[in-house]
Design a protein around this ligand. Structure first.
Ligand code: FUC
Length: 820
């Protein structure tokens, strides 16, 4: 037994060695120039900085998580309540266009369509005599969360290092050279805001103060202050009204703090200047090396939880922009690993407990009027940002999103009441820092009631991964409130024996047969969402032993929801009637919510629906916007088709402008909708994790979708439901060689693997029989599907897997190895 255990350790040891620090770098041999998407992102969930690495004019483009236009506001449209019966009747009569027109007039907000995430400004460092540099190099080390730029000028090597500290709330920059007295530059702030106040205030200190924009009738009241202070080793410093000059120093250290008056979505009473000063003062006297070590240690305590090694090739030896250009036509498996880890880096850098959730651009935006306001689109994009959180072992970084859901459950209560006469809470398809919940943009997009339903499922997901019952207690009212809304809002369809969401839509898509209108009743996604909202409320009430009668009433309603349907083209039907077009290549494939992130569609429990989902995916096609491709990686992983998932990764990791009619990736590996949207980065990161481990279908499924291109490798640290941690896993030729799994909660570990395995060390491995007794793996039963008479759907043949049960004890680690 000992021999095997040490074999396991040997594998682990080998593979840690396999993830060299060079595998964790984005690097380039050219500066960014004026292209923002070449610059490299740093962040600590509160401050975001894009580092250009330009030699003569270095730019740190700055963001702060609470710098949004507007101020506390609501955008409900109370006219909705009286229009609701007529809108419903028009839909039921098939007069979709008329329903949409009425909804535009009576339901869509007459107030703000959401506020904008805005930049703070730039810190610029001018080195006018450095134009003739040589041997240029810049990198972002995602193993340490530090950027570096180096070049040679007149035989002197210059180095710039920067990080946004995760432990101290400042951006830290160090400028140095390998000869004394060589550091000379001028520092100043710029800002795109109207009337920013930029001045030197105090010794070696610059201040940038501003106020965010008024927007759509809401007064901009977020006041912010950025402070930059520097210290030098030797040399001279002097200052003008708005800049600081350093001459002939040996080195210089600059720190930037940024703060605003934002306390919460309803309170802007903080003192931004005082806050910025407190943060700066606390950091400024610390030694640079101490700041750096504290930051790196904190970063690595999160980042190092997951190690991924797909092996490497010579293709990995060129600059990152060249790797990106080459990726789809060469063999560079390490690039997939880098992209996966970059997704985790971006989440750590843009989402920290106590801060705002990562928005459409994470925390990196230079535009005063960014696309879609860089806000939270909650009919997919904002949820996608958080798909990697639990599965890639960054559970506590889910917190800003989960807090936002809790806040929406407060603001959305009034929306449910005044707009729809319903109890509970709801949100439409967007929100912002003020937690608006009214319908925006126009009826085609905005008449979707699933924002509360979907976001609330993240609360449940966090519970399933952590088993934290006190957390469940605290969020139960939000789960219950989401269910209450639907319990009131559902209405009997006059032409079908079902309760339906009406009006609703299948986000942003419309069938031609509905007069090109998206507004509908009983879309498949709406049905799936209500099914999940009811199921999780029922289960939570059972676990917490409360509200039994309420849970029973939800069960009655759940049984009256429309079942999923398979249409005449063997597709999963998107709408209640079979009107899907196989030529429809729309980026949203919302009815596959039931396949991922939900688990209503399964090869084992609902084989026909699973097969129909594959046809839907094939009919919809691959190339699309960035986030759509990111979602498809997850779906093809759920299809257990690793090669198709890999094809989507290639489509996504294609330089922008090459994909016909679709997104791609920028040189800094930001995902392109286009323009930049971070959801695609996070979606693909989650998809890569889903190729290696899935846990939503009643078991921990190891290696469900390994492509030929990644047929051997090592991963450590991924998480499964029930708080199981895949401490390490090695696979070869797509077969499991060895896996060690730690059980943090105990309970039955049902495990699905591609080849026969045996257990070494403690425990007893048995062939699985019956239901998984582990509560975190319970999957509610959906109604049998309705299958069109014109369909000839057949279950897919996925090949054999092996299913085992292992009774685990809390805290213990179990080791499985290949049998033959
Ligand atoms: C939804 C999508 C768009 C875009 C926007 C932010 O409206 O349909 O593609 O991602 O959100």
């Amino acid at each position: 037994m000992k021999r095997f255990l040490s074999l396991g350790l040997f594998f682990i040891g080998m593979s840690i060695f396999g993830q060299q620090s060079d595998d964790l770098k984005l690097w380039y041999d050219e500066p960014s120039g004026d292209i923002w998407e070449n610059a490299l992102p740093l962040g600590n969930g509160r401050i975001g900085a894009m580092v250009y690495g330009n030699v003569t004019k270095e730019i740190f483009q700055l963001n702060e998580h609470t710098v949004w236009s507007g101020s506390p506001n609501r955008n409900d449209n109370p006219d909705a309540l009286k229009a609701l019966p007529e809108v419903r009747q028009l839909i039921f009569n098939g007069e979709y266009k008329a329903a949409e027109q009425l909804a535009d007039k009576m339901i869509i907000t007459k107030k703000s369509h959401g506020q904008m995430f805005q930049p703070v400004g730039n810190l610029e460092l001018l080195f006018p005599n450095h134009a003739n540099y040589q041997d240029y190099y810049r990198e972002l080390d995602i193993g340490k969360a530090i950027s570096k730029t180096t070049y040679i000028l007149d035989g002197v090597t210059y180095t710039r290092e920067a990080f946004v500290s995760l432990t101290d709330r400042v951006l830290v920059i160090k400028l140095s050279a390998d000869a004394p007295g060589k550091i000379s530059f001028t520092a100043n702030f710029t800002s795109p805001h109207s009337e920013p106040e930029i001045e030197t205030n105090g010794h070696n200190q610059l201040s940038l103060w501003g106020r965010t924009s008024d927007h759509e009738g809401v007064e901009g009241k977020v006041a912010f202050n950025a402070l930059m202070k520097l210290k030098t080793e030797n040399g001279l410093t002097s200052q003008t009204v708005s800049s600081i000059k350093v001459e002939n120093a040996d080195s210089a250290i600059l720190m930037v703090s940024i703060a605003s008056n934002f306390n919460s979505y309803k309170d802007l009473s903080a003192d931004e200047t005082q806050r910025a000063k407190v943060y700066l003062d606390a950091a400024f006297d610390k030694d640079y090396e101490v700041l750096k070590a504290d930051h790196t240690n904190k970063y690595q305590s999160l980042f190092n939880r997951v190690i991924l090694d797909f092996g490497t090739t010579d293709e990995a030896k060129v600059p990152t922009d060249e790797r990106l250009a080459n990726f789809r036509t060469t063999n560079d498996p390490a690039f997939v690993g880098l992209y996966f880890q970059y997704g985790r880096y971006l989440l750590i850098s843009s989402s920290q407990p106590g801060g705002q959730p990562a928005n459409l651009q994470g925390i990196w935006n230079r535009s005063m009027k960014p696309a879609w306001d860089s806000k939270y689109t909650i009919n997919i994009n904002a949820e996608m940002n958080y798909w990697p959180a639990e599965r890639t072992n960054l559970s506590e970084l889910h917190e800003p999103f989960l807090t936002m859901v809790q806040e929406l459950s407060e603001t959305g209560r009034k929306t449910a009441k005044v707009m729809y006469g319903a109890k509970g809470w709801m949100a439409h398809h967007n929100t912002d820092i003020w937690r608006i919940t009214g319908p925006i943009d126009g009826a085609f997009w905005g008449i979707w009631n699933g924002g509360g339903g979907w976001t609330s499922q993240h609360l449940w997901e966090h519970y399933l991964y952590t088993g934290d019952t006190s957390f469940l207690q605290s969020i139960y009212p939000a789960l219950k409130g989401a269910a209450k809304f639907y319990a009131d809002f559902l209405v009997q369809h006059p032409n079908y024996p079902y309760l339906v969401v009406a009006p609703g839509n299948s986000p942003e898509n419309a069938p031609e047969a509905h007069q090109g209108s998206s507004i509908t009743a009983g879309s498949t996604m709406d049905n799936q969402l209500v099914f999940d909202v009811f199921s999780t409320a029922i289960k939570a009430s059972e676990i917490l032993e409360k509200d039994g009668a309420f849970a029973d009433s939800l069960n009655v309603l759940r049984n009256q929801l429309p079942p999923m349907q398979i249409g005449k083209n063997n597709q999963l039907q998107e709408w209640l009637d079979d009107v899907d077009s196989p030529e429809d290549h729309h980026r949203h494939v919302s009815h596959l919510y039931g396949l991922f992130p939900s688990n209503q569609i399964s090869p084992y429990r609902t084989p026909e629906l699973f097969a129909a989902s594959k046809n839907t995916l094939l009919q919809r096609g691959d190339v699309s916007t960035g986030w759509s491709m990111g979602w498809k990686v997850n779906w093809w992983a759920k299809m257990q088709d690793g090669n198709h998932a890999y094809k989507l990764i290639k489509d996504q990791l294609t330089p922008v402008g090459i994909n016909q009619g679709g997104g791609g990736t920028y040189n800094n590996l930001f995902d392109a909708h286009p323009p930049f949207q971070i959801d695609g980065n996070f979606g693909c990161t989650s998809g890569i994790a889903e190729m290696l481990l899935q846990s939503s279908d009643g078991a921990v499924h190891l290696l469900p979708a390994i492509p030929d291109a990644l047929n051997s490798g090592y991963v450590g640290g991924l998480k499964a439901r029930g708080d199981f941690e895949l401490v390490s896993m090695e696979w070869k030729d797509k077969k499991l060689v060895i896996a060690t799994i730690q059980s943090h909660l105990g309970g039955n570990l049902r495990i699905r693997v591609p080849n026969e395995v045996t257990l070494i060390g403690q425990g007893t491995l048995k062939k699985a029989v019956g239901k998984n007794t582990n509560v975190f793996f319970e999957v509610p039963k959906t109604a049998d599907p309705i299958i069109s008479k014109e369909s000839n759907i057949k279950p897919l043949d996925l090949g054999d897997t092996y299913l085992y049960d292992l009774a685990t004890q809390k805290g213990k680690i179990y080791t499985l190895i290949r049998k033959n």
